[in-house]
Ligand binder design. Structure first.
Ligand code: NAP
Length: 299
């Protein structure tokens, strides 16, 4: 049998996906040889110019996630290296989690659960979720799915994206205006130079002391210290956070705040979606090896 091509695996993957990769490739978890033709990573993986430079035979970077903010696209493009991701198959799960985090914050679901497990039975008043103005930053696949889920709660849907969309929801041109106009600010835009730290102290001040922040996008979108400070000073009312600046590190201050719901970057982490993502990773790699069009190419 001919030698299998070399693949550099740079993130933890489900055993089934690793086994499928091992049928197709010689998989290296460290010290990739110069003959490495493929890299497989996750949404948080870093593939920088130095790594691309180190691998002269590299042809494809297959990301098991929709976000590819850790991949240096310019360096890949300059070398003619293809990059693929897993859009669409995870959209519903991430949108579901955004709604879940919002409701958990407003209705104290997590903190009440913890109190009852401790033997408590108190009924502190929560805040009504229905009728709230929902501001969605990033109205792409996930943002749109969040809007569709939030609309039946009877409040107004507002959004910010790079361009206005042909939808019934209200467009606001920048995130500060969006934060000022909404009750719940949900982040659903990619990590990028354009979104880095975009939720800063001024945006949080605009969101206001009744406002709730939900982040299912990337930790890089927020100034995390400013979020912690706003929560401590109660200049925002609460937060539901699936992503963090320096995962898996989570600021200790957040862990003690009853108005915060924490989630370990698990937006796409369901059995169904992880299987669909794995199938798409393999479909991209198989298409590349077979010389067919890539099902979900970024470049
Ligand atoms: P998408 O379809 O590409 O949508 C991205 C949206 O963000 C678009 O509406 C885009 O605007 C907007 N946007 C991009 N840059 C912007 C900027 N500088 N200012 C304002 N809006 C901007 O992506 P998606 O599939 O919905 O995924 C969104 C992100 O969710 C991913 O990139 C990933 O980081 C994150 N994610 C997180 C998890 C998790 O586990 N928590 C899972 C999956 C994805 P235009 O439409 O006008 O271009």
């Amino acid at each position: 049998m001919a030698d299998l091509p070399d693949l550099y695996l740079i993130a933890d993957m489900a055993p089934d996906l690793v086994a499928a990769l091992e049928q197709r490739f010689t998989v290296h978890r460290s010290d990739p040889p110069a003959t490495t033709r493929a890299i497989c990573g996750g949404g948080s993986s870093v593939v920088d110019a130095a790594l691309i430079e180190r691998l002269p035979a590299l042809e494809i970077i297959a990301i098991n996630g929709v976000g590819y903010d850790g991949v240096d696209l310019n360096a890949a493009k300059a070398r003619g290296v293809r990059v693929t991701n897993t859009p669409d198959v995870l959209t519903d799960d991430v949108a579901d989690l955004a709604i879940g985090l919002w409701l958990a914050v407003e209705r104290r679901i997590a903190v009440n659960d913890a109190a009852m497990r401790d033997g408590g039975w108190a009924v502190p008043l929560a805040r009504r979720a229905s009728g709230r103005k929902i501001g969605i930053f990033g109205l792409g696949r996930i943002g749109h799915a969040i809007a569709k889920r939030a609309a039946p709660f009877g409040g107004e849907i507002l959004y910010t994206a790079r361009s206005e969309k042909p939808v019934a929801w209200r467009f606001l041109p920048d995130i500060t205006a969006l934060a000022a106009a909404c009750d719940v600010l949900i982040l659903a835009a990619p990590g990028s130079a354009g979104t880095q730290g975009i939720v800063d102290a001024a945006v949080l001040a605009a969101l206001g002391n009744e406002g709730v922040l939900v982040n299912v996008a990337r930790g890089s979108l927020v100034d995390q210290a400013a979020v912690v400070a706003a929560l401590e000073k109660r200049t925002i009312a609460g937060a539901g956070l699936d992503v963090f600046a320096d995962e898996p590190a989570v600021p200790d201050a957040l862990k003690t705040m009853p108005q915060v719901v924490l989630s370990p970057h698990q937006g796409s982490a369901t059995v169904e979606t992880r299987a669909a993502m794995a199938a798409l990773v393999l479909a991209n790699l198989d298409a590349h090896l077979g010389g067919s069009p890539l099902p979900s190419a970024v470049i």
